[in-house]
Design a protein around this ligand. Structure first.
Ligand code: ADP
Length: 398
């Protein structure tokens, strides 16, 4: 009996010890879990603090804003760029504050349109009115983000570029002033040379006078291009975007250019499907198309061919001119739309070019919310494409 009791007590003891041991192990595991959790929370807090410090110290303004223009978050630089004494004061603003700050309503509409259509902007420049009424220029990189609740908001960085814009403005004013002053006397010189050409001149004098007139015409073209560039760069061209029938503009431009193409025995063709009107200033569109066409004629040898087309591509119209000309060397293609840039092969064909035409076209396209591209093989030809937004689509978003 005693033996049985002793065995039973031993079993109970062993069981108790085992239970206590597993309980102890459980407690130790729970404690370890707690310690791990505390460490993970501390690490997360430290990481969040670090990110917050980076944003707080950033020289760029950072913001998150709802699509109806209410600030969700901002860093101190953002508040200070916009003239607020604190982030809280900025966050306290009611919905629509972004639109109210915008000096040019069209810039705000353009920003929202790009966010809607492509979901991001980069290097977007616009004028804002600070809280103290001072107008500043900012550049933004921002994107559209989907929140946890599924609602979209906008998140971005902002830089104050007012001093650069002011310096550019002074330069543009200077160029405008000089070119403007040059225009009248140059027109006078051309007129007098034209008169002289109508008189009785001997062979040598006649050819000198003709050379002088052609030089005056080139100078007038250069001065006009410089003036246009200065106006477009400073945003002072009174662009009046309206629904524009791009095919009609093309037909008129082709008529204007026809004598040049005929003189070079080039075949010019056009094929378009019915395309909707695009939203662009018709005068600027005409200027862009004339530039593309005159380049195609200039850089295509005698007897070559030029083909113009326009197609709808979603919310945009893609207008293209394809030629069988000298083409653009691949090394020059990335720089083609830079101011004053001319490829080496073009300088041999035409020594008088300015390298302003394509730059001007790019400014016009960007101004209208469009873009320009070039595809080319040297020696085979080029295709230049101007993409412009469809008028109805743009209106609907604005
Ligand atoms: P410009 O014709 O006065 O040089 P642009 O700005 O119109 O100035 O053109 C810039 C450069 O782009 C030209 O010098 C030439 O190198 C290249 N280019 C433009 N159009 C064509 C074309 N159709 N074919 C080949 N090269 C072209």
């Amino acid at each position: 009996m005693n033996i049985v009791l002793n065995v039973a007590s031993a079993v109970v003891l062993v069981l108790l010890t085992w239970v206590m041991l597993s309980r102890f192990r459980q407690l130790r595991a729970i404690t370890q879990l707690r310690l791990d959790l505390v460490a993970a929370t501390a690490a997360r807090d430290a990481s969040e603090r670090k990110h917050r410090e980076i944003l707080d110290r950033s020289l760029q303004g950072f913001y998150q804003v709802t699509t109806d223009g209410r600030f969700l978050a901002a860093n101190p630089t953002m508040a200070s760029i916009l003239g607020y004494e604190s982030v809280d004061a900025l966050l306290a603003e009611s919905a629509g504050v972004c639109e109210r700050m915008s000096v040019e309503p069209s810039q705000h509409q353009e920003f929202m349109r790009l966010m809607e259509t492509q979901g991001y902007v980069s290097g977007f420049e616009s004028a804002l009115r600070r809280r103290d009424g001072r107008v500043i220029w900012v550049t933004q990189a921002a994107r559209r983000v989907s929140g946890d609740d599924g609602r979209p908001y906008l998140e971005g960085f902002i830089d104050d570029v007012t001093s650069r814009r002011e310096a550019e403005q002074i330069k543009a004013d200077f160029v405008s002033f000089v070119t403007h002053q040059l225009r009248t006397p140059l027109a006078g010189i051309r007129w007098m040379l034209e008169l002289a050409e109508q008189g009785e001149l001997d062979g040598d004098t006649a050819s000198c006078v003709e050379d002088a007139r052609l030089s005056a015409e080139r100078l007038i073209a250069l001065v006009n291009d410089l003036l246009d560039v200065a106006r477009l760069e400073s945003g002072r061209v009174l662009a009046a975007p309206e629904p524009t029938a791009i095919v009609d503009v093309t037909q008129q431009a082709l008529q204007e250019m026809a004598p040049l193409a005929v003189a070079r025995e080039q075949q010019v063709t056009i094929s378009t499907e019915p395309v909707p009107p695009v939203l662009v200033d018709p005068h600027l569109a005409r200027q862009a198309i004339l530039n593309f066409l005159s380049n195609a004629i200039k850089y295509t040898p005698h007897g070559g061919s030029i083909h113009v087309s326009a197609i709808q591509d979603g919310n945009a119209v893609r207008w293209s001119v394809r030629d069988t000309g000298i083409g653009v060397p691949s090394v020059s293609q990335p720089r083609l739309f830079e101011k004053f840039f001319r490829a080496d092969n073009a300088q041999i064909v035409d020594t008088e070019g300015t390298g302003l035409g394509l730059y001007l076209v790019r400014l016009i396209a960007l101004r209208a919310g469009g873009s320009v591209t070039c595809e080319s093989n040297e020696g085979e030809g080029s295709t230049f494409t101007l993409t412009l937004p469809v008028a109805q689509e743009r209106k609907a978003v604005a």
